[in-house]
Ligand binder design. Structure first.
Ligand code: CIZ
Ligand code: SF4
Length: 334
């Protein structure tokens, strides 16, 4: 099967690229032209001139590539069912209704900020309402910028990234409102609140617990704990560091040989780091897997690549094209 992907890729040459997210199966990562977190993949895809981008990742990431792709480029996802449950916890339409309700109750202008892990309709909603898209590495900087302008912020979809960002910025709890997915509000008085947090979550990162950290700290007294800010507030607080996938990777890469790391993010990524950085001891907080990422298999990748060849040859169907409606593109790109 490996040969199949390699053979087809060789025939297609630089007409095709395969980007893959760090959380993908090894068999997909092994075939990738470039690897990264969602932000790096979006940037790298925007630079490629390949006509066909066969995406190893979940649908919002492939959509991001389609958003930035040129009119002569096509993005394919080997399994369109590979979605991110967190990104699906809010829609552009739902967010607009909530935003209008909140705006009517808040004394300040509210700026919507959406995490990269979201669909194009959410990005378009933010773009159309003076808002923006953030990553886990620049969330604090972006939220701060708007707070400094005396605006309030509606942050979605990830509650944990939002509350961890609020903590980073020292925003007191009495200025934070949680917006439940059923529309109810909890916490601060909405009229004076500075930050409204949608209560979406990533089940992969939410799984890590304080017990996981205590267990590792007692068995490895020198351990340093590093987690992704999609983890629970208490877990982030009890860790030594928190940061994006890229930050976790670089911190461990640059650490001294012999150091011991407990890592709270997707298991396959942690297991690969343990292999790559074998001069350090790398232990997952627990084996938490993103099953949506697992939907992209070598077999499906091969089928997608083969469909590119048959499309070029005799206009066979592409398996599976990812497009963003023209009506969303302009606002989402903002
Ligand atoms: O949880 C995820 O899916 C992450 C951290 C994605 C990414 O690369 O930003
Ligand atoms: Fe979504 Fe979490 Fe999977 Fe990332 S790890 S794609 S946020 S479910």
């Amino acid at each position: 099967m490996n040969d199949d992907v390699v053979t087809i890729k060789n025939r297609l040459g630089n007409r095709v690229v395969i980007p893959a997210h760090h959380y993908e199966l090894d068999e997909v990562v092994d075939m990738a032209d470039f690897l990264g977190d969602s932000y790096k993949l979006a940037v790298d895809c925007s630079k490629t001139r390949a006509e066909y981008i066969v995406f190893g990742g979940v649908s919002f990431m492939a959509e991001g590539a389609a958003l930035l792709a040129g009119s002569d480029q096509k993005v394919l996802i080997p399994d369109p069912q590979a979605g991110c449950p967190m990104a699906q916890m809010i829609t552009g339409e739902g967010a607009k209704a909530v935003y209008e309700t909140l705006s009517a109750r808040c004394d300040r202008q509210i700026i919507p900020i959406v995490y990269m892990n979201s669909h194009a309709d959410m990005k378009a909603f933010c773009g159309a309402h003076d808002g923006t898209v953030c990553t886990s590495s620049n969330a604090s900087k972006i939220v701060k910028r708007f707070l400094d302008e005396d605006k309030s912020v509606f942050f979605s979809p990830d509650f944990n990234l939002g509350i961890n960002t609020a903590n980073d910025l020292g925003i007191p709890g009495h200025e934070v409102v949680t917006v439940r997915r059923d529309g109810t509000l909890e916490g601060a008085d909405p009229s004076s609140a500075r930050i409204f947090l949608w209560d979406g979550f990533c089940h992969v990162h939410k799984t890590f617990t304080l017990d996981d950290i205590s267990r590792l700290r007692s068995s490895h007294p020198d351990i340093q704990i590093i987690v992704h800010p999609e983890c629970e507030e208490a877990v982030v607080t009890a860790s030594d560091y928190a940061g994006s996938t890229a930050m976790i990777y670089n911190t461990v890469k640059d650490a001294a040989p012999g150091t011991v790391w407990g890592i709270g993010t997707e298991y396959r990524f942690v297991a690969r780091m343990a292999n790559t950085f074998s001069d350090k001891t790398i232990i997952p907080l627990r084996e938490s897997i993103c099953h949506d990422m697992s939907r992209i298999t070598l077999e499906k990748l091969t089928v997608s690549l083969a469909s590119v060849e048959s499309f070029i040859k005799d206009k066979g169907p592409l398996i599976h094209p990812v497009t963003v409606p023209e009506s969303l593109k302009k606002d989402a790109k903002k």
